[in-house]
Ligand binder design. Structure first.
Ligand SMILES: [Zn+2]
Ligand SMILES: [Zn+2]
Ligand SMILES: [Zn+2]
Length: 275
């Protein structure tokens, strides 16, 4: 792999920001960085044999995100867990399937794969209704190779990072020197070696007030400093966090992400391109 381009498609908590019906200072902010779609990321891994295109989570805003940020291809989907704000856009993968009619692999933790099979039984169980996408659901437990659906032999290694969302086991994912962990309140000691030597870490940081299933800003800062990536970006924020104010108060090397943030990870350094 010669480099990764990561686009954060959404950085907001499960309601999205602005919250419907809310007139707080964040929901009415004129700063576009205070408008947050539901969390997802698009990762393009450049390899000698060509690019591999990955989407991490397909929530309710996936169609809008694909249009806004110009997603042209999807070789695989990495699902972190089965909550609404991370999976209900799966059906909007159809245009990517129709393009070459090759099944799109969807990778998920075992518990999540079982729930997805129920939630989307018409896709994963029946699979015969005309016009549906062919999505292949895979439970993963260890590192595996994702290959391009264009057939040029391009492939990239993905490593699941086991973590907990309250008591719910879920995965973050590592690709090269980039790792993405959303909706986490505990990262077990056993997972920390999988997060060594990162250029970019994207990490859940909900708000300042404690929450049973998400890191607070303060908990996320402590974990980011322990992991020690060269740069860390926080996601899944509620409307209690004004972007400019919160970002300015974070320690060096730790930033509040915003929708559309593009990160170039080339194995040596991380650069940020602000839209
Ligand atoms: Zn979430
Ligand atoms: Zn609000
Ligand atoms: Zn969740």
């Amino acid at each position: 792999m010669t480099g990764l381009q990561v686009t954060l498609l959404g950085t907001g908590t499960s309601t999205g920001i602005p919250v419907v019906g809310c007139s707080c200072r964040v929901c009415t902010s004129a700063d576009p960085r205070d408008q947050r779609l539901r969390c997802a990321a698009y990762v393009v891994a450049e390899t000698e044999a060509g690019p591999v295109h990955l989407v991490i989570d397909t929530g309710p805003d996936f169609r809008q995100q694909a249009l806004r940020f110009g997603i042209e291809a999807v070789d695989a989907v990495l699902i972190t867990h089965h909550h609404f704000d991370h999976v209900v856009g799966l059906d909007d993968l159809r245009p990517f399937f129709f393009r070459n009619r090759k099944p799109i692999p969807v990778y998920a933790p075992p518990d999540t794969a079982a729930v997805l099979g129920e939630m989307f039984s018409y896709i994963f169980r029946d699979g015969t209704y005309p016009g549906i996408a062919k999505l292949d659901l895979h439970e993963v437990a260890e590192s595996w190779m994702v290959t391009s659906r264009e057939g040029a032999g391009a492939a990239v290694e993905v490593t699941p990072i086991p973590a907990f969302h309250g008591t719910l086991p879920l995965y973050g994912y590592r690709i090269g020197r980039f790792a993405y962990l959303t909706d986490v309140s505990t990262i077990p000691e056993a997972s920390l070696p999988l997060l060594e030597d990162l250029d970019v870490l994207v990490l859940d940081a909900l708000r300042h007030e404690p929450h049973p299933t998400h890191f607070t800003i303060e908990e996320a800062v402590a974990m980011a400093q322990r992991i020690g990536a060269r740069a860390t970006y926080f996601i899944h924020m509620t409307h209690s966090l004004l972007h400019a104010e919160t970002d300015a108060a974070l320690p060096e090397g730790i930033h509040l992400a915003h929708d559309g943030l593009r990160l170039q990870v080339d194995g040596q350094r991380a650069t940020v391109e602000r839209p």
